[in-house]
Design a protein. Sequence first.
Length: 389
Amino acid sequence: MTFETVQKQLDGNVMPTYARFPAALVSGKNATAKDVDGKEYIDFTSGIGVNCLGYADETWAAAVAKQAASIQHTSNLFYSPVQAELAEKLCRLSGMSKVFFCNSGAEANECAVKVARANGAAEGRFEIVTLKNSFHGRTLTTLAATGQDEFHRYFTPLTEGFRYAEPTLEGVKSCLTEKTCAVLLELVQGEGGVIPMDAEFVRGLRKLCTERKILMMVDEVQSGVGRTGAFYCYQNYGILPDVVTSAKALAGGLPMGACLCAEPYGSLLGKGMNGSTFGGNPVACAGALAVLDRVGSPAFLEKVKAKGAYFAEALRKMPGISSVRGMGLMLGAKPEKGAPGAIAAQCVKNGLLILTAKDVLRLLPPLTITRQEADKGLTILAGVLKLFQ
């Protein structure tokens, strides 16, 4: 099998909704991937922040295989021991009270919208304030929550009830009405260009939401599960939200989303008010438990912070990079010259997988990336940047 064979087969049968790089990956180990032609790549993407333990982590793979060989699926009409264990650990690590399991970040955010509206229903409150430049998913409702017009094109009319604020307290206040039930935000806007929120704004927003009796909901789909050096990014800010959404890295490579609620909001959705056939699937739960056992460790998270600092320092010193922003191993590097997309495409040719977001090269390497892998990838990036000077 060659790349051309895979490309022809896929393009001939799959909707053309993705701009794909010319590489067909078939195997890997930690932050090193190999394609169908045997070429190796250093991976600074981890599947857009999903493969937090890298490729083919032995402990994770063994846990998934063991569960698949025992019972691969049971509906949520029955109790699942592995789901119960995961729920308890996830609530403990997050400081939340209850969790709803689903399959993706968009579904988790849909659940958060339901929680917020259920909480405000008695008073006729249904509007949710989100931030301009935000991204919350690709369903019609989460597109409506996304504060970027480019994602709305072709799909109107979207779900009503969303207002878009500037990321300031005054900006949020200007969008609040008597119908507001929640504020939903990312603490680091990933698709929006890897933009961290100001700490004073986040803490002020927590206070504002408490005073106005509206929910503060944090979208941790990309920033969560160790990505920023805390298990969830809000822990870096010293706050506790009312609702948290999670996905991507949660199950280490298997589809899993989660909507977590603090007291008393975890009991708002009763029987029949939400559901998911595959939510809390035993195999995905086994993968997630393997992730939590590693990423939930304070020592592991300290290493993520150290790796993030190493990456940031190396990027800031790199000729061709004008600025670096982000947190932990969620970084955006702005090139001095050349379009990020063109640079990323050349990186793939040279053996480095890297992402883009707005005006930056976006780095989301596996949390387990080694110094050797990091240095090899950074060397490739430096060489590519020279081509654009």
